[in-house]
Design a protein around this ligand. Structure first.
Ligand code: ADP
Length: 483
């Protein structure tokens, strides 16, 4: 069995070889808890990106020609190896990303789930027989892999954002060039070590590590070989990549920013609402695209909810991943801390009340105090921008109609959550919220069996579920004539 050292790699993975940058350059991967450099990783550029695309192109015919069962067997071995190495992978993930070890272990299970799920779904990519309007013809459809896929992933889930793209892509018969975030390349490279051990043929998965996302992104989007781009990240970069992909008319899956509302109605179960808000807001220190960004509370329950949430948030244990009791890790960067600070200052300047937290944590560095703000209003930046940090702003509303209007007053439409014990209201509000996913009396809603994705400017396509493989398949229509 592979030990931890074996999973730590410093070079990119192209065509089954650990590859240094042609320039010899490297970039630093730092521990967000301490700011210390963990390792230096190969800093690739456009030429190596082209080589990775070429490798994926060369590997495509062989991989596509395997039966779904044969691909499934390799993916299942990969899944098994990931779960066997769960603790090592989680430790590495915590080190480069900062999240508590328990959350990192959860991410590995969650992420590996996509590989297992799509190993099965790959066997079920059925075509159709279509009743023909002409008696001399027979009409059928088949599904085929789109071809070479480029995947660009963020730092907040360094493992799972990869597996939920690469899992369906490989199961469908596509080959992949992956560019992980420069903050967290180690989890990606560790996945390659295990893919190799699982028997994934060389060139089927290629990993380009780089600090120059703009240059690598340009190569990937300009390439005529790359038929699809799957991106998870900020809305701004998503729009840019969409525009860049227009030249070659690529298929696109975009999972972009959210501004999730969380509604608490007067008839909510208070215990459940507080626990749900805590989970939906403070998971990963508020650094997920489905984190509740705005908490809207009905006037009758507002004070009780605010008091209970404040008590729960003040009790959260902040610390590095090496502290087994830590529930809140550091933020990913100094810039992330600045954004949190600015949002809080802006809100306080416009009349918000600080209930707990509000400033940098005594631990220093990138640690921030979990914060609750009362009396938030739509004029504040926090109402319109994703804070991506541990700040819960509470807005007050009076009627259901007002709550829905407030909740939908955003360009985003990824996740929404609400608490009520009234079943009629549950249906009405679930249908009225403009978002791809809704948690009803539940704050944690994602897993591999359900469709994850957004509407409005939160993106295109769905990841996970039986729909998640469609994004990696083309439907081909066959017409048999002269019968
Ligand atoms: P975040 O703000 O969460 O870091 P980004 O959208 O900046 O989100 O990053 C998500 C991923 O997109 C990362 O892998 C990053 O390196 C990459 N990225 C950032 N800018 C570009 C770009 N111009 N072209 C291609 N990829 C990019």
């Amino acid at each position: 069995m592979t030990d931890e050292l074996d999973l730590l790699r410093r070079q990119a993975w192209i065509n089954g070889e650990w590859t240094a940058a042609l320039s010899g350059k490297t970039f630093n991967v730092t521990d967000p808890a301490t700011g210390e450099v963990i390792v230096q990783v190969a800093d690739l550029g456009p030429a190596e990106t082209r080589a990775a695309i070429e490798a994926a192109q060369q590997a495509l015919p062989g991989w596509r020609a395997l039966s779904a069962h044969e691909r499934s067997a390799i993916l299942k071995r990969w899944h098994k190896l990931i779960m066997l190495h769960q603790v090592q992978l989680a430790t590495l993930l915590s080190r480069e990303q900062g999240k508590p070890l328990s959350e990192a272990k959860g991410e590995i299970t969650y992420g590996a789930g996509f590989i297992e799920w799509f190993a099965e779904e790959g066997k079920r990519t059925y075509g159709e027989t279509i009743p023909s309007p002409h008696s001399s013809r027979r009409l059928v459809t088949i599904k085929q892999p789109v071809g070479v896929v480029a995947a660009i992933t963020p730092w907040n889930f360094p493992h799972a954002m990869i597996t939920r793209k690469v899992g369906p892509a490989l199961a469908a018969g596509c080959t992949v060039v992956l560019k992980p975030a420069a903050e967290t390349p180690l989890s990606a490279l560790a996945l390659a070590v295990l893919a190799e051990e699982a028997g994934l043929p060389h060139g089927v998965l290629n990993i380009v590590t780089s600090s120059d996302a703009v240059a690598v992104g340009a190569e990937l989007t300009q390439s005529e070989v790359v038929r699809k781009l799957s991106f998870t990240g900020s809305t701004g970069v998503g729009k840019l990549l969409m525009a860049q992909s227009a030249g070659t008319v690529k298929k696109l899956s975009l999972e972009l920013g959210g501004n999730a509302p969380l509604l608490v109605f007067d008839d909510a179960d208070l215990d459940s609402a507080v626990a749900g808000a805590l989970a939906a807001k403070f998971r990963n220190s508020g650094q997920t695209c489905v984190c509740a960004n705005r908490i809207l509370v009905q006037a009758g329950i507002y004070d009780a909810f605010a008091a209970r949430l404040t008590e729960a948030v003040a009790a959260l244990k902040v610390g590095p991943a090496t502290d087994s009791e830590a529930q809140q890790g550091p933020l990913i960067s100094a810039a992330a801390c600045r954004k949190v600070e600015e949002h809080i200052a802006d809100a306080l300047g416009k009349g918000a009340r600080l209930l707990t937290g509000g400033s940098a944590h005594a631990l220093g560095g990138r640690f921030w105090q979990p914060t609750v703000l009362a009396d938030a209003t739509p004029e504040m930046r926090i109402a319109h921008e994703e804070t991506f940090g541990p700040v819960a702003p509470l807005f007050r509303f009076h009627t259901e109609q007002e709550a829905i209007a407030l909740a939908n007053n955003t360009e985003s439409g990824l996740a929404a959550y609400f608490w009520t014990q009234n079943v009629q209201r549950a249906w009405r509000v679930a249908e009225a919220l403009e978002s791809g996913m809704v948690g009803i009396n539940e704050g944690l809603i994602s897993n591999e069996v359900v469709p994850f994705g957004g509407i409005k400017q939160s993106g295109l396509g769905r990841e996970g579920s039986r729909y998640g493989i469609d994004d990696y398949l083309e439907v081909k229509y066959l017409c048999f004539g002269g019968i």
